[in-house]
Design a protein around this ligand. Structure first.
Ligand SMILES: [Zn+2]
Length: 320
């Protein structure tokens, strides 16, 4: 076990690949640097974010943490769909582990002991909105749009959105955002209290700097404890639900709704929402792609064959 004292590290030593970590003038800036995928985060990104947030927490030379995305198209658009399709659709079991990494990143951000500002430089979607809500304050460029996507793509935004939207924007608006998954323009986000300030993109850095300067001209210990106190309601709902969400999402990942949502996304077509409803009405099971695993093969003895299959997938015999 290391007995090294807890101290700050240099961004060069940390050698991040998917984020940019900078520290200057009392401000640490974490930039999700995957503009080619609209700053979606991978598992590695989440790990690097944890490390950066931890360093910002430990570094007394950091008074404010700014979270942003590279470029001007996207702040962050949530989990990387390609990684979901390649890793977690095949092994939903591992999605539970992914959620451990996600939660650790969110928790390190929320508990870094410094005020945090989300610098919203472009589209904010899904887990991206959850990360911006995990920050204390948010400033958006006026071209920004914010949205949740869960019910549209076959998931549930239980990584912060179901928990914190009611606190931040109120119950009715939270339900509208979560159920309908519509784009919220920056002006509406400001009106609803989802962000603190909206400025033209050219003025975004200036506005963030100005807010950071105001924060730096306050007592650090009092800011830290004020943050801890104000965290109470968000902590309460978070800790009461996130463990459950981690388990439920991991199990749900193996069923038909996320499968159809992901297929529709990859095939660039609308998802067949009503087909799943009709399957349930007509006595089928919308949980399974090819029906429940209840058939057996009289020829080779294979069991657990999907109900809709006509031939055995093991020996090829026609099923009775
Ligand atoms: Zn067979």
């Amino acid at each position: 076990m290391s007995t090294e004292p807890i101290k700050e590290r240099s961004p060069e030593d940390l050698a991040f690949k998917e984020i940019i970590y900078e520290k200057s003038d009392w401000v640490a800036r974490v930039t999700i640097n995957r503009p080619e995928v609209y700053n979606a985060y991978s598992t590695l990104t989440l790990r690097e974010m944890q490390e950066a947030f931890r360093d910002a927490a430990y570094d007394d030379g950091v008074g404010v943490l700014v979270l942003t995305g590279a470029g001007e198209k996207a702040f962050c658009t949530g989990g990387d769909v390609k990684e979901y399709a390649e890793e977690y659709t095949k092994r939903p079991h591992d999605y539970w582990k992914y959620m451990v990494e996600f939660q650790a990143a969110v928790d390190m951000l929320r508990n870094c002991g410094k005020p945090t500002i989300a610098r919203l430089n472009g589209i904010v979607a899904g887990g991206g909105n959850e990360f911006q809500m995990a920050c204390d304050l948010a400033i958006a460029a006026d071209h920004v749009e914010i949205m949740q996507v869960g019910t549209r793509v076959g998931s549930v935004a239980a990584g912060g959105a179901t928990q914190w939207l009611p606190i931040i924007v109120g119950d009715r608006r939270a339900r509208e955002i979560l159920y309908l998954c519509e784009r919220i323009p920056a002006a509406k986000a400001l009106d609803w209290g989802l962000v603190n300030q909206v400025v033209p993109y050219a003025e975004l850095d200036g506005a963030v700097k100005e807010m950071a300067e105001k924060l730096l001209d306050k007592f650090p210990e009092c800011l830290r404890y004020t943050k801890q106190q104000v965290n109470f309601w968000k902590d309460l709902v978070w800790h009461s639900t996130i463990g459950h969400a981690r388990d439920w999402l991991a199990i749900h990942f193996a069923s038909q709704e996320p499968y159809e949502g992901m297929r529709a996304f990859v095939e660039k077509r609308p998802a067949e929402y009503r087909r799943l409803r009709e399957e349930a009405v007509s006595g089928g099971s919308p949980s399974f792609v090819w029906g429940a695993y209840i058939k057996a093969c009289g020829e080779c003895g294979a069991k657990g064959i999907p109900e809709d299959f006509v031939f055995c997938g093991v020996c090829g015999a026609k099923l009775e």
